[in-house]
Design a protein around this ligand. Sequence first.
Ligand code: MRU
Length: 348
Amino acid sequence: MMIRTVFWKNNTVVMIDQKALPLIERQVVCSNYRQVIAAIKDLTVRGAPAIGVTAAMGAALGAQVLAGEPSEKFQIKFNGICDEIAKARPTARNLFWALERMKQYLDDAILSGVQNLAAELVKEAKRICAEDINVNRQMGRHGSKLFIDGDTILTHCNAGALATAGYGTALGVIRAACEQGKKLHIYVDETRPVLQGARLTAWEMKKEKIPATLVTDNMAGFLMQQGKIDKIIVGADRIAANGDTANKIGTYSLAVLAKAHQIPFYIAAPLSTFDFSLKTGAAIPIEERQADEVTCFRGVQAAPRGMKVYNPAFDVTPAKLISAIITEKGILTRPIGRSIARLRKGII
Ligand code: MRU
């Protein structure tokens, strides 16, 4: 079954309303780029690659009202729209990657004298969307080699079809292994405070009929101690040049636990998530979100009103705790930093 997280339809950007899942399955239709920004900010659409695809489509939407402007004005206004969209969320590299690609595409189109710039930008955004699904399938093909029949796999947050244009990164690898006939069992971390695991990954697993069990985040260590977890796989929001990886808060704790229990810990992420401008993960900007995500549970107040809260949405896992990173180009093995350097030189 194909889950289409975000797509272009009749000059609108249509997305699954991820805030309403799993109880209500509905779509949100954005007819201007400011609605797209709001949808990224409030997590109607979330997950690094999905944010990137949505941002590209939002920029294309913004370009529609510029149609007919002389190219110089078009470019200035389009770049301004991209800069606004770029402020929606700070951590996922794919957001900036997609906007940089849209801006570069426009620069090149103007230089080559392309006429209908607004229409061409829509085509580029649609290409980014289609490429994302292809890249996920490639990651699935590479990464599925790491799983054997009978494996029990733990995953955190949602790195599935909903976090991408479709198929998923970490869940794409799981999907691919299942499509090859391997029997896997997936433990799904609830992923406090926003419950991307309990709401979104659990929803995807049920839809796909992949056997899965939901646990709260604080159960993961006990599961590992009990020998119930063979491998761990998660996605990524940004990967620094040395392989340090930002992903949903709680990922670092899992990596430390995995090391203590000698369990392989895998990241699955496309090249659009890598940020080679950052030497290490210490430079990755970590989003802090609003207090009510922590003080309330699905809208019900759970902590004393006015309680001080710290709510970082992501953490950084040092490369030394990562067994391998699965990309569309292949599997980056340890030492991860050296594999990334080889990848950049085109050796991998
Ligand atoms: O805050 P979110 O839901 O956007 O965070 C998403 C994650 O951390 C995912 O694990 C990550 O983007 C990888 S998705 C393929």
